[in-house]
Design a protein around this ligand. Structure first.
Ligand SMILES: [Fe+2]
Length: 349
């Protein structure tokens, strides 16, 4: 994509973020950040009358991370040694995160958001950014999905592969990920489109059976053999399966030496009609994998960090599954991977 086209694409996203004339916008980068994304951000923001500036921070390899390869955890450490920069970012109107690892789960992000700044992570390839831009119609379905979760006490998930999970949603923290941030203190990732509940309760039991084609992030890997995760009282107590998937998940989780790694985090469903299940097979690790996380009708669940339950962890799995059925208080929302709830079903789908 040429620079002019890229700047024009970025402007569309920044308009969704309600960037205002005179607004201070920090672009957080590291040496490996995309130079064309920096240029497109600067050009489009300046064209909107905002006051963008770039912050370049060194990527320091930390010796205390040797137990795991933590790529894909979304917890970049580039701000860890720069409290004065964190303070500055919190005073900006918008902070654009162009780091590869992402700051979403970094402790400094809480401080930046608490300062009033909103944050936008831009990470996917340019064609995916264009394809996954927000639409008003989708925002409506995401917001209505959050309302469905808000009025529900319990989620049950089943699948023909053998999944049978029950999660108590009382006290859950609900999020509608719309792919842009327009309000103070909000965080977004360009390309998102899903609804999720961070489960607060320990009343979560049953089995999740990963089937061929489900995706395990951060491995950026499609499952190729059935793998069972058994949950008891909110935690994974066993990971079973003969294939590589089970072995990898078991090893990675255990290496963190962290009980919280096994806790349930969020449960929800994908709502992005332009998210493509197959995209990961072509993008590989070039993408962070939003397509796989947001494609319409998936059941996305996660383990590890969970603010609603008061659990922190560096070990964070996002696992979108196909062909699942999701029920809220007994009412079907998704059947075999297809959204059936009328209030969030797309016209013509
Ligand atoms: Fe997650």
């Amino acid at each position: 994509m040429d620079n002019v086209a890229l700047a024009s694409l970025f402007r569309k996203e920044f308009e969704w973020c309600c960037v205002a004339a005179g607004e201070s916008v920090a672009i957080v980068t590291e040496p490996a950040s995309s130079p064309s994304y920096v240029a497109a951000s600067l050009a489009s923001l300046a064209g909107m009358g905002a006051q963008p500036f770039q912050v370049m921070l060194p990527l320091t390899l930390r010796t205390d991370d040797i137990a795991v390869v933590a790529q894909g955890s979304g917890a970049s450490t580039i701000l860890a040694d720069f409290p004065h920069v964190v303070e500055l970012l919190g005073k900006c109107g918008l902070v654009i995160d162009l780091t590869l690892e992402g700051l979403v789960h970094s402790p400094e992000t809480k401080t930046v958001l608490a300062g009033g700044a909103r944050m936008l992570w831009i990470r996917e390839p340019a064609d995916a950014l264009a394809r996954l831009l927000p639409t008003a119609e989708r925002v409506g379905r995401i917001d209505r999905s959050v309302e469905l979760l808000r009025s529900a006490k319990e989620m049950i998930v089943t699948s023909k592969a053998g999944t049978r999970l029950r999660a108590n949603l009382e006290g859950a923290l609900l999020t509608g990920s719309r792919g842009f941030c327009a309000e103070r203190g909000r965080w977004a990732h360009w390309g998102q489109g899903l609804a999720a509940a961070y489960v607060a309760s320990l009343d979560v039991d049953g089995e999740i059976v990963l089937d061929i084609g489900d995706i395990v992030f951060p491995f950026n890997r499609y499952v190729d053999g059935r793998t069972t995760l058994r949950f008891r009282e909110g935690f994974v107590e066993a990971i079973e399966g003969e294939g590589l998937d089970a072995a990898l998940i078991r090893d990675y989780m255990a290496r963190w030496n962290d009980r919280n790694a096994y806790g349930i985090s969020h449960v929800g469903w994908g709502l992005h009609e332009r998210g493509l299940w197959h995209a990961l097979s072509l993008y590989g690790s070039v993408a962070m994998g939003l397509d796989g996380r947001v494609f319409e009708g998936n059941f996305l669940f996660s383990t590890g960090p969970n603010h609603a339950a008061g659990r922190q962890s560096g070990c964070h799995f996002d696992i979108p599954m196909r062909n699942c059925s999701i029920f809220l208080d007994g009412t079907p929302v998704v059947i075999d991977g297809v959204i059936v709830e009328p209030s969030i079903r797309r016209a013509g789908a």
